[in-house]
Design a protein around this ligand. Sequence first.
Ligand code: PHE
Length: 352
Amino acid sequence: MNEQISTIKLEYLGKIKAATSLAELDQIYLALFGKAGIITLLPKEFPKMEKAQLASIVPAFNQLKIDLNSAVESKRSEVREMSYASLSQESVDLSTPITLPLRTGYHHPLMVFEEEIKELFKKIGFQQFGAPNIDTDYYNFEVLNIPAEHPARDLWDTLYIDKSGLKERNENWILRTHTSNAQVRIMKQYKTPVRMMVIDRCFRYENLDARHEHTFDQFELVFVDKGLSMAHLQWLSEYFLKHFLGEETKVRLRPKYYPFVEPGVGIDGTCLFCKGKGCKICGGIGWLELGGAGMIHPSVLKNGGIDPKEYSGIAWGPGLERILMLKLGVEDLRVFRNGDIKFIQEKGVPAS
Ligand code: PHE
């Protein structure tokens, strides 16, 4: 045993001396004093030994412990001193320009889509128009044939502004439920014929799910001229949907009620996922509803100061996220507004 003790001493003092880093010293310390370390295990042999032998072994063992422990300690401070010394030799020039790769931002896919739409309709003579996001009940509903207390109001789950803090309390203020609040404003402001578009945010009191958000974007066209018909409406719908969803996309107009158009239609496009055969996403019918439209109701034309005997009008207003979902193959529309950078990087366009 005495021999064993001196071999351990020799071997480990050598290792400690040769160590050059704190990590290396930690390793050595563990090999000696850890749970299964040599120094920890050695005394387990003592009970098997004779008393006379132990009388010399135990003091030698204790000395071994002290020597190895202090060797590790003093080597640790030596290594530390050395690294301080070498650090003090080094210097950093804080004025040196750094060459980290520059991170570019991304244009949000919805923004990219909207810019493309604006370009597409600019080509056929439509100009942009802006209407308020916070608007009066009057422009959002009343001028569109939806008087107060009329059941048609239930078609829009509206967010009302609390009037108690407002100076102007005669009006009812709401977050506009659709870009159709621009229709009468446009007609009042411009001389016929009119070709205007509005792309902007709308708000509804929705129960949120994969196809409903409280904040979403709509795209509205207001087209007033002599002799317009549903054929123009069909053409506009195809012009738009075929451009974004592909030439093979079919478009159908299905009768639908909106108080401010007559006739009113839902614009359906063939389901991109099953190409019209019927699948889970389109509920087995092969078509997806992408927006509402119709011929502007004569009384709405009158509200805009236009003579319905002379002119007819088309109003056309799809929601943009639902179409973009199809285009990008996204199944949950909430990704557009939850600020997920990964999504924006994947589906957006790098800003140059
Ligand atoms: N504003 C309607 C909606 O939000 C859509 C629509 C626009 C319908 C234009 C007809 C004409 O549901």
